[in-house]
Design a protein around this ligand. Sequence first.
Ligand SMILES: [Fe+2]
Length: 343
Amino acid sequence: MAISDADMVIAWKNVLEQCNLRAGEQVAILMSDDSNMQIVNSARIAVGLLGGVLTLIHLPPINGDVALSRDKSGYVGKTPLAFNTAALAGLKAADMVIDTMQLLFSKEQEQILKTGTRMLLAVEPPETMLRMIPTPEAKAKVIAANRYMEPARQMTVTSKAGTDFRCGLGQYPVLMQYGLADEPGRWDHWPSCMIARWPDEGSAEGVIVIDEGDILLPFKHYARDRVSLTVEKGFVTEIRGGVTAEYMKAFMDSFDDPDAYAMAHVGWGLEQRASWTTLGLYDREAALSMDSRCFAGNFLFSTGPNTEAGGSRDTPCHLDIPLRGCSLSLDGVPMTVDGRVVA
Ligand SMILES: [Fe+2]
């Protein structure tokens, strides 16, 4: 269902206030030909209402001819900023960037954040953004989870479907997503409520079983049958199963890049307002499906790049796979049990 422009402006004002936007701050809205114009226009008004100094940066899209889908997460890391030095300089000079184009996993995003610019990604459908407006409570939940994640040195994950996975932690920083870019140099994505971390290099080991009904992104499919992934020394070395396994493998192989098989972020969802079911209710091209990534109690694992964590693997092939029914522990302390978040 559509969202009114007025509601969208009110929501942006709320979120930008929570991002500590002050009058006189430089705000750049980054957009491209496929940006959602309701998101762009309502953000423009809200920035104006709060006294922000607004710049719009409109870049032409790239990757359309090499990506295998229109999904913004289907081909990551390569952006027009790699050769547009004027736009990059403008974004670095801003106090805050609202990204409606999706720079995620790019070297340029890391460069912008290092200058102290805070960045908020906003690419989901407006109704999804409104259903999951960031709140202080959601932020508190993620910060509470980080009290376990930050000091943890080992993550273990098991499930009745057969997952038996472990990895070391500590080499890479924690990714806390609560939908607010509220500190200098902080990146976030509205809507989000999840926590994750990249495994220490070479430490991820075991078996991950994707069960029937688990979600595969960016394919936006519910798995039709079980898939068993063998993980050795930080890489997926075998994918076994039926047609879902075959599809997954064919997609990953098409990048012709061994780094596509590296384990990337691992963590869990904390958003009660997100739903496992929405993927079945939306057109596949309508959304990235942050619902799937954030629904409470999922074990979200991923493959491919680690540039976002400061690593050097910049493969454009990135899969996010949220599993239900998993039990995830940090240094032996349960965070989720059978797919439910432990307090
Ligand atoms: Fe991801």
